[in-house]
Design a protein. Structure first.
Lengths: 498, 333
């Protein structure tokens, strides 16, 4: 056990967690003090969420001792932990899709106060106050199911803020948020600290990590490998500690000017979303589309795959026109779309990992109407290996994976379909830095094989690492086109914001 | 005005079912002018009592994310055992004793379901399919399989207590029994639980996401246990009302009604995956099923077509909103 500050709010000593056979946490010591922000970093599957779930009482530690506010707990339950002032923003949000925004925000608070009667006015008041505090405007009566991801994440954040917590734990709270909302959240964290609230923050966006936290704790394979004041780390040393190696980013291959046009988009227009969109995508090209929230990048991406119906315009794949607004024909023609919202949608959680990948490939492994399961599973298994999904057994359910590894499963599913044009909306959301560059390598390889790829992202380093060309969108129009090779991150950020 | 007729208003199950009911009434009263009358209305209300109480219970189970098919067996078990007990030992007991005993038996049988589901975590369909057959088998083997037609006098009298009775201008007689008040009370109590208590909101919450419910510290076990005890209690009540209104306790009755009841609830907008369901929708669903059962003949459709008609209604009534919701979701940017 290392040095424990006298006023520590949470002390975890020698905490170990075994999931039948998998050691998710191995003898970890961990402390947080009031007003302190501790950042927990580590690769996908290194045990961050497990540590959080144990503190939240959702999972029981196999061994170890936990003290919260001076009280030693043999076993924690969600109730006990909440009563001790621990509030959690879970990686998968853990919201109630069928309830209103207001109820989702206020439910824990109501439980905490042991209220037996439900007072709608009261609940709306709590929710209104919390939303105001975060400075976002979401209609309180909306059913959460119908919200876009970013709003779901904000609701999850508000729920944790609604009651007077002593420790707020945020498991990747910014995956779906754009810069503006992230900076609001960072502000909130600063304010919370000032009020003496402790914060545990998990993120793969290392810049955020260093910006708000006093202390960094690094996990690797369930073990704590390093910890120290945030000021003693930089992005490179964090990465080295997480992965045990230096990570080099390959830069995109120069564009081949003679490559034929693969996707031709002309005068695409949808009222209120985007207008006058024109661009070509060449074979083997990686084209970036960037812009802030509300710039129209996601509706455009969805329109290309038929999920949004444009009023006018034309999309041609090769020399074939694609019917607008019909995902089935788009998919049949060879367009693939990896959605942004991968953790809450698109996975069959209780099904096995390999089934989740192979679901899109049933057609290709059929013989006289019978499925060739062996070749199907072999192919899916190969993709899972390529994307380094961390699991002892690809036959186990998706729920046994860490969040980042679940993301990779969805990615594997789409990559294995071998489309002609692949649209990746946020290709490495929630994936650790080490594997991010591996995913970028895969994007390069796919492009090399002639696939046209569109990367939608507001992660500028990612765009620069993968794209030969980047389109910048603002309020629904393409305002700029830059060559990825001769532009710096700052310059790109400036063009997006201006 | 604008809000009343918003887009979501039109794609709600309640609206669709209400439109079908109105259309049915219009067609029926055109083909038989006598259809639109007090006797028809009271017939429908009377026909909806037992079905309605069942449906409210089933709706609560569906909202919680489960399903119960054993409630008819619970109802007949509670009703027959109670009646047998009364006629054998204390035939002079008042009707409310009969009601109380039957509801207690129903609650106990529901609790057995609840233990298997909440504590052993078994799938709800499997548990209730099992208990459906166990409760019924137990009743017929160990309690009795003979029809009891000499009901305790007070139970018989209960069904004759009328809220009002009257005679139409054309001489047709109509009346509404006090038993109907039981449905009204059940609806009010259920509404209060679902919308005014934390317990009720927890039922919605576990139907929306049981894992999320656990994570924020909702007592999932207790909530599920309550749900199955509640539906059992309502089944006991519906059973005894059924016996009292039909003036006989027949151990072969009721079982077989499960699917019609679930159909009514689903028609009213409750989702089989849990988390959704409204009392208005459920009652409209029951009304539609009762109308189809009682009056299909009026508009010239042979009664053998009844189950086909109900099937078509379910497909259209639940398929249309689901399809529209899917399209709306796909188009939202
Ligand atoms: N329910 C479970 N059953 C079996 N193994 C599990 C279960 N939950 C987690 N694991 C395993 O425990 C390990 C740690 O997972 P954890 O979710 O803590 O990772 P993480 O650090 O949060 O990663 P990420 O950045 O991807 O979210 C992983 O190897 C994971 O596969
Ligand atoms: Mg995690």
């Amino acid at each position: 056990m290392d040095f424990v500050p006298e006023n520590a709010l949470v002390i975890m000593e020698g905490v170990t967690k075994n999931y039948d056979g998998v050691v998710a946490l191995d003898n970890v010591d961990f402390t947080v003090s009031p007003g302190e922000a501790v950042c927990l970093v580590g690769e996908n599957g290194s045990g961050k969420s497990t540590l959080i779930k144990i503190l939240a009482g959702v999972e029981q530690a196999t061994s170890g001792r936990i003290t919260i506010g001076g009280k030693v707990y043999d076993t924690l339950s969600p109730r006990l932990s909440a009563a001790a002032g621990v509030m959690v923003i879970f990686q998968d949000f853990s919201l109630f899709p069928n309830l209103s925004v207001a109820e989702n925000i206020a439910f824990s608070t109501q439980l905490g106060k042991n209220r037996r009667l439900f007072n709608k006015k009261h609940v709306y008041e709590i929710a209104r106050k919390t939303l105001d505090r975060v400075g976002v405007d979401i209609d309180l009566g909306t059913i959460v199911e119908t919200l876009p991801v970013a709003h779901k994440q904000l609701v999850a954040i508000c729920r944790a803020l609604a009651s007077n917590a002593r420790l707020i734990i945020m498991d990747e709270p910014t995956t779906a948020l754009t810069e503006r909302e992230v900076s609001i959240l960072l502000d909130i964290i600063r304010r919370l600290k000032k009020d003496g609230v402790a914060v545990i923050f998990v993120s793969h966006k290392l810049a955020e990590v260093l910006e708000v936290s006093e202390k960094v704790v690094i996990l690797r394979n369930g073990k704590k490998v390093a910890q120290g004041p945030a000021s003693t780390f930089d992005a490179a040393s964090l990465t080295r500690n997480m992965t045990g190696r230096d990570v080099a980013e390959a830069s995109p291959r120069p564009i081949d000017p003679s490559a034929p046009v693969l996707l031709h988009v002309k005068d695409l227009h949808k009222e209120g979303a985007f207008e006058n969109i024109n661009f070509d995508l060449h074979e083997g090209e990686v084209l970036g589309v960037s812009g802030l929230l509300g710039s129209g990048r996601t509706p455009l991406a969805k329109a290309l795959f038929g999920l949004v119906v444009p009023e006018k315009g034309m999309i041609k794949l090769g020399d074939k026109s694609i019917v607008l607004g019909d995902p089935l024909t788009a998919a049949a023609a060879g367009i693939g779309y990896v959605p942004e919202d991968r953790l809450t949608e698109g996975l069959f959680l209780t099904q096995s990992i390999v089934r989740n990948v192979s679901i899109g490939r049933l057609d290709n492994h059929q013989n006289a109407g019978l499925l060739n399961m062996k070749s199907l599973f072999r192919e899916s298994g190969d993709w899972l290996k390529r994307l380094k999904v961390k699991t002892p057994d690809i036959g186990s359910p998706v729920t046994s994976l860490s969040g980042g590894n679940q993301q990779r499963v969805v990615l594997s599913r789409w990559l294995s379909r071998a489309p002609k044009v692949l649209i990746l909306n946020g290709p490495s959301v929630g994936v650790d830095v080490g594997s991010k560059s591996e995913i970028h390598d895969i994007i390069h390889e796919l492009a090399l094989s002639g696939i046209g790829i569109i990367v939608i992202s507001d992660d500028l380093p990612e765009l620069l690492a993968t794209c030969q060309r980047i389109l910048v969108m603002k309020s629904g129009v393409i305002t700029d086109e830059v060559s990825g090779k001769n532009i710096t991150e700052d310059e790109l950020a400036r063009r997006m914001a201006s | 005005m604008k809000k009343l007729f918003s887009k979501s208003f039109w794609i709600r199950n309640e609206t669709l079912v209400a439109i079908v009911i109105i259309a049915f009434i219009i067609i029926a009263s055109i083909s038989d002018p006598r259809f639109l009358s007090m006797p028809t209305l009271t017939d429908l209300l009377r026909g909806g009592i037992v079905l309605g109480i069942f449906a409210v219970g089933v709706m609560v189970v569906l909202i919680s994310g489960g399903i119960d098919v054993s409630f008819t067996a619970v109802a007949v078990f509670a009703m027959y055992t109670t009646t047998l007990f009364l006629v054998t030992f204390v035939p002079e007991l008042s009707w409310y004793w009969a009601f109380g005993i039957s509801m207690l038996i129903g609650a106990a049988l529901g609790a057995i379901n609840g233990i298997f589901i909440a504590w052993f975590g078994l799938p709800t369909l499997i548990v209730t399919l099992g208990t459906l057959s166990i409760y019924r088998g137990f009743l017929l083997t160990f309690v009795g399989s003979k029809l009891i037609s000499n009901l305790p006098p007070d139970m018989r009298d209960f069904s004759r207590l009328m809220m009002f009775r009257n005679t139409n201008a054309d001489g047709s007689f109509y009346s509404l029994p006090w038993a109907f008040a039981a449905l009204v009370i059940v609806v009010i109590i259920t509404w209060f639980i679902l919308y005014r208590t934390t317990l009720g909101r927890s039922i919605f919450a576990i139907g929306g996401s049981i894992e999320s419910a656990r994570r924020i510290g909702i007592n999932v076990r207790a909530t599920q246990f309550f749900v199955y005890v509640y539906v059992g209690t309502l089944a006991g009540l519906a059973g005894i009302i059924y016996a009292s209104m039909s003036r006989v306790a027949n151990p072969f009755d009721l079982v077989g009604l499960e699917l019609s009841v679930i159909a009514a609830v689903v028609l009213g907008g409750a989702r089989l995956i849990g988390g959704y369901g409204t009392l208005t929708g459920t009652l409209l669903g029951v009304a539609l099923i009762v109308i189809v059962r009682n009056s299909l003949i009026v508009i010239g459709i042979p009664s053998t077509w009844q189950s086909v008609a109900i099937g078509v209604l379910i497909l259209v009534g639940t398929g249309l909103p689901a399809w529209q919701a899917k399209r709306a979701a796909a188009r939202a940017s």
